[in-house]
Write a protein that binds this ligand. Structure first.
Ligand code: PEP
Ligand code: MG
Length: 591
């Protein structure tokens, strides 16, 4: 028996067999003997042929004309003679393995296109990345197994799954998930929470000791993974496991009364609003159950990961479905925040992707893609109440450019007689320290703010949100974070606009009283967290939250703030247990 400790992402105890999935992301690099070059070229030709067949079948099986046109373009690129010539020339001068050469040639082509002043050519860089990835996968024989084809119930063990892989996997069969990499707030973890799959991440180095078929008990609540449990341990856990299949789901049902008919109002009448974060349109069906008052963050980039390039019609259909399902409740669509997390192949090539080409920078560099999204949102806005929010704003120019492109998208819709709502509010995500420092300036051009603590923490404390080695430093109640949050909220209120939060901190019960006291108007979180946050807010007094916030702001360390919160909750919610990372453990219902 061996016990590994990691970071808890989704609670739930699951016992079962592991399925080891090693991702493809590393492109091997080695030199080959000169005489092998003919063989390498043959492998390349075979992989191109296979890729072309794949693309033809995708093209035939899609009814969507725009999507089919993309596959046609990809087909032309895969068979492009100039591309083949470059690969051959590289091989004959350097004698390296062909996967590496395809990767390098494609990277070089993408880079050149990205430097072009034409946005059309810049967007073609993405196509090249797509096509080369397909060829490399075929060369490595990685197409053979897809997580979508899982047929048995498994505990999935992986190094570091990408959000796109979580979206693609057969979620009915993945009963739990463990990963060597990852953290609580990267996009993979956020999706796992949305799907309610018990998960532990940041286990490094567990994977090298696990093989497919290993017996595992995963405890998502405590972040423990037990490999080959002994009889006594197995019995102890079995006593906690409900249900015949040996797994139980905490996340499917609210642990706290949903109290959907009651407002999120403190005992002395201070009211805030509680909204949901969603990543894919399907999630909208569950929101009523938790009493979400709207959607505070629709992470639209997941549409691109699910459907490839996200044509205007596909996006329009997805947004319309969500907006209609919300029946007039506000839906805040964040324009794509692609990049940073390695979601598109070419972006993983940056030295520092989290400081690189992501969020609004990506959208402003690809105005056609950005306006396609904006038009889709505008057209869908007639079905309900829509707000648009821009991610990763670092200065006023970016916000102004985004708003100008929104204006262009509006004119384009008008030209085509496409209707859109007249009252669409536009807001700014505050997730880069510079945005906090100039929040007063940004507020003049924003209809609302939404604080993205997941990124704000990583940028202000210099803690990569996906790196398990430093995740203990990602402290949302670090005094620096509290001051930044306060400064943002104050700047919003001076200008008379609402201050929301959509980072994971908004769903942390231990932070709720503090955020209320700091003046936050809207909390947006994974829907399952809403009942407990509502329960806490309804059980406390705004005045005492303000006093708590004042003391927290006067504290000199994260530890001091934690002690303060523990004492405060102990007094106001006797029986409440807070874990050291400020996650509420249990017993809250016994208030
Ligand atoms: C954030 O940064 O807090 C946020 C909500 O955006 P994301 O997690 O998608 O980066
Ligand atoms: Mg963010």
């Amino acid at each position: 028996m061996k016990v590994f400790s990691g970071v808890s992402v989704v609670p739930g105890i699951v016992k079962g067999k592991a399925f080891l999935y090693l991702e493809d992301l590393e492109v091997p690099h080695y030199t080959i003997p000169q005489e092998q070059s003919v063989e390498e070229m043959k492998r390349f030709a075979a992989a191109v042929k296979e890729t072309a067949e794949d693309l033809r079948s995708l093209q035939e099986n899609t009814e969507n004309k725009e999507q089919a046109a993309i596959f046609t373009a990809h087909l032309l690129m895969a068979e492009d003679q100039d591309f083949h010539y470059k690969v051959k020339a590289w091989l004959e001068s350097k004698y390296e393995n062909i996967e590496w050469i395809v990767f390098e040639v494609a990277r070089e082509l993408s880079r050149k296109l990205m430097e072009s002043s034409s946005s059309y050519l810049r967007e073609r860089a993405l196509d090249i990345a797509d096509v080369s990835r397909r060829i490399i996968k075929n060369l490595l024989g990685l197409k053979r197994f897809s997580l979508a084809d899982l047929q048995e119930d498994v505990i999935l063990a992986a190094r570091n799954l990408l959000p796109s892989e979580v979206l693609a996997m057969n979620r009915n069969r993945v009963k739990a998930l463990l990963m060597d990499g990852g953290s609580r707030t990267n996009h993979t973890a956020i999706l796992l929470r949305s799907f309610g799959i018990p998960s532990v991440v940041g286990l490094s180095p567990a994977i090298r000791e696990i093989s497919s078929g290993s017996r595992i008990i995963l405890d998502g609540g405590t972040g423990k993974v037990i490999l080959d449990p002994d009889d006594e341990t197995e019995k102890r856990y079995e006593a906690q496991i409900e249900g015949p299949e040996g797994s139980y789901e905490i996340t499917g049902k609210p642990r706290f009364p949903a109290e959907t008919n009651f407002p999120a109002e403190t005992s002395d009448g201070h009211r805030v609003s509680l909204k949901a974060n969603i990543g894919i349109p399907d999630e909208v069906e569950t929101l009523d159950r938790y009493g979400a008052e709207g959607i505070g963050l629709f992470r639209s980039e997941f549409l691109f990961l699910q459907n490839g390039r996200g044509s205007e019609e596909e996006q329009y259909a997805a947004y319309s479905r969500v907006i209609q399902a919300m029946q007039g409740k506000p839906v805040t669509i964040r324009t794509v925040d692609l990049g940073g997390a390695g979601v598109l192949p070419m972006q993983t090539e940056e030295e520092n992707p989290l400081l690189g080409w992501r969020g609004i920078r990506f959208s402003l560099d690809l105005p056609d893609m950005f306006k396609t999204q904006l038009r889709a949102i505008l057209r869908a806005s007639i079905h309900g109440k829509v707000q648009i929010m821009f991610p990763m704003i670092s200065g006023i120019e970016e916000l102004e450019q985004a708003l100008a492109l929104l204006e262009e998208a509006r004119s384009e819709c008008r030209k085509k007689d496409q209707a859109f709502a007249g009252n669409i509010e536009t807001g700014t995500m505050i997730e880069i320290p510079s945005a906090v420092m100039i929040a007063d300036i940004l507020a003049k051009k924003s209809g609302f703010f939404s604080i993205g603590t997941n990124d704000l923490i990583q940028y202000v404390l210099a803690v990569d949100r996906g790196n398990e080695k430093v995740s203990r430093l990602a402290q949302n109640t670090h005094p620096a974070m509290l001051r930044l949050i306060k400064q943002t909220i104050d700047a919003a209120h001076i200008r008379g606009i609402p201050a929301a939060m959509c980072g994971e901190m908004a769903g942390d019960p231990a932070a709720a009283a503090l955020l209320l006291g700091l003046g936050l108007d809207e909390f947006s979180m994974t829907a399952v967290s809403i009942p407990q946050i509502r329960h806490i807010i309804r059980g406390i007094n705004f005045k005492s939250c303000k006093t708590l916030a004042e003391s927290a702001l006067a504290s000199s360390s994260h530890k001091q703030v934690q002690t303060l919160l523990r004492d405060w909750y102990g007094e106001h919610f006797p029986g409440l247990i807070l874990a050291s990372d400020m996650v509420l453990e249990k017993e809250l219902g016994k208030k």
